[in-house]
Design a binder for this molecule. Structure first.
Ligand SMILES: [Zn+2]
Ligand SMILES: [Zn+2]
Length: 456
């Protein structure tokens, strides 16, 4: 049995728009729906990520109640719970109350849960069942877990370009450390509190990731997960922040260096250091309950796995890096930085051709196989700190404005490509393939689907 007294519910922005349009059409009446949601259990975290919404048709699926005012029709409930059971997703019934930033279940609502949910748990055979009630700017939950533990809502989070949060009642803002005074003047104590409560992963701690890690630590992010399997080398010193000659001599890992640097910048920070490859499933699994992921590793496998995490767990992700290419005559051909925001349901790195399957196959080979087949002479790629800094600063800046909801809500963030030779910044809207095996098939499945990657 899970001890957690609260759970969080995360929903994609397009789904949230659709749901609120249905619940609040302007008639001030009550409406209903059912959410099918992936379950995420990681340590103390219990999170539901919405995969599918079934709107209840007034008069057919949402009808006059025998005891309460309105109720979902038993046939509708039965069809939904069976679908959820078959996909191993949680069943969450939704209705609305005509109120604003404060909402609670009525006694009649709670009595109906007491009467109905034990039987639904039996039918569900192991899936959580429960209810959400929405106000226009608030939400509350009563979720029943197998074993009869119950939990209320911690936070409802809407994942679009902008991340929006809803609670049962307005939250009290506390106090921010004086070290953050200058930035609190921009985004307030509430913003600083959100940063402190957040868990952010940085995958890849080379030239780009080491900068991202430093920025996040100084901004006051409470918990960082740092992932990189590599040791620092002499040729990294031109761009990995915090790295020294001595670290090269001592054979430190890039993760160790980033962690030391983050701790110096922010003594109270909580750090998880993983000197491993995110393509290992055991490593990727540790990212399931993150609030945000920065992908600064250049392998295609890392892209495939982190892209899957974004859609399966509705985690906002940004892929960032720099690319420099020279022609045979030595002239610079291309010199660019990229910041590609990935949001669940809004197109993915796979749909948009940024995961090269040929390269994926090469990366899946062992070192010996690569040698035997004369793959990749391992010619080093050019890399320069200033290009990395453009990508890192832009991506962390987007994180601030989106994660703290400092700008107008939007659902689809564009990819930003900086072409330095042409002095050009391009915003490219991502495509979404309707049958994508990654962003569509995995969407909101949570723990019910295995992540890609190799075992161990
Ligand atoms: Zn109610
Ligand atoms: Zn896709």
């Amino acid at each position: 049995m899970i001890a957690s007294a609260t759970c969080d519910v995360w929903i994609g922005a397009a789904h949230h728009d659709q749901l609120l349009g249905h619940l609040f059409p302007g008639d001030r009446d009550e409406h209903g729906a059912v959410l099918h949601a992936g379950v995420v259990r990681d340590g103390d975290v219990l999170r539901f990520v919405v995969r599918h919404i079934e709107l209840a048709l007034p008069g057919r699926d949402y009808v006059k109640g025998k005891i309460g005012y309105r109720a979902l029709h038993p046939t509708f409930i039965h069809r939904q719970i069976i679908q959820c059971r078959n996909e191993k997703l949680a069943y969450l019934a939704v209705h609305n109350h005509d109120c604003g930033d404060r909402v609670a279940f009525s006694t009649i609502d709670l009595d109906s849960h007491e009467r109905g949910y034990p039987a639904l748990l039996d039918i569900g055979k192991g899936i959580p069942v429960g209810a959400l009630v929405f106000g226009r700017d608030s939400a509350q939950a009563d979720v029943w877990l197998p074993g009869r533990a119950r939990c209320t809502l911690g936070e409802l989070r809407v994942i679009g370009q902008t991340i929006r949060r809803f609670y049962p009642a307005p939250r009290q803002t506390g106090y921010a450390d004086v070290a953050f005074d200058r930035q609190v003047r921009m985004f307030g104590v509430a913003g600083q509190t959100m940063l402190k409560a957040s868990k952010v992963a940085v995958v890849g701690l080379g030239g780009v990731g080491s900068l991202v890690s430093e920025y996040l630590a100084r901004l006051g992010v409470g918990e960082l997960i740092l992932i990189d399997p590599d040791h620092i080398e002499e040729t990294n010193l031109s761009r990995v922040v915090g790295a020294t000659q001595r670290d090269v001599r001592d054979g430190l890992t890039k993760t160790q260096i980033a962690a030391r640097h983050a701790r110096e910048a922010a003594p109270g920070i909580s750090l998880t250091e993983i000197d491993g490859d995110v393509a290992r499933r055991s490593v990727a699994m540790q990212l399931r309950s993150c609030d945000y992921i920065f992908l600064a590793a250049d392998s295609m496998r890392a892209r495939l796995i982190v892209n899957a995490l974004a859609h399966q767990y509705l985690i906002p992700v940004v892929q960032l890096g720099a690319k420099i290419r020279s022609a045979a005559n030595g002239c610079l051909d291309e010199s660019m930085s990229v910041v590609r925001q990935v949001r669940p349901g809004e197109g993915c790195l796979w749909c948009n051709g940024f995961i090269d399957t040929g390269q994926l196959a090469v990366e899946a080979k062992t070192d010996q196989e690569r040698k035997d087949q004369a793959y990749g002479t391992n010619e080093a790629n050019p890399s320069v700190i200033t290009l990395n800094a453009v990508a890192a600063a832009h991506a962390v800046n987007d994180f601030l404005f989106d994660f703290l909801a400092l700008r107008r809500p939007a659902n689809t963030p564009p990819y930003t490509h900086f072409h330095f030779l042409k002095r050009l910044i391009k915003a490219v809207l991502p495509r979404r393939e309707p049958q994508c095996r990654e962003c569509v098939r995995r969407y909101g499945m949570g723990d019910a689907m295995q992540l890609p990657g190799f075992d161990g």
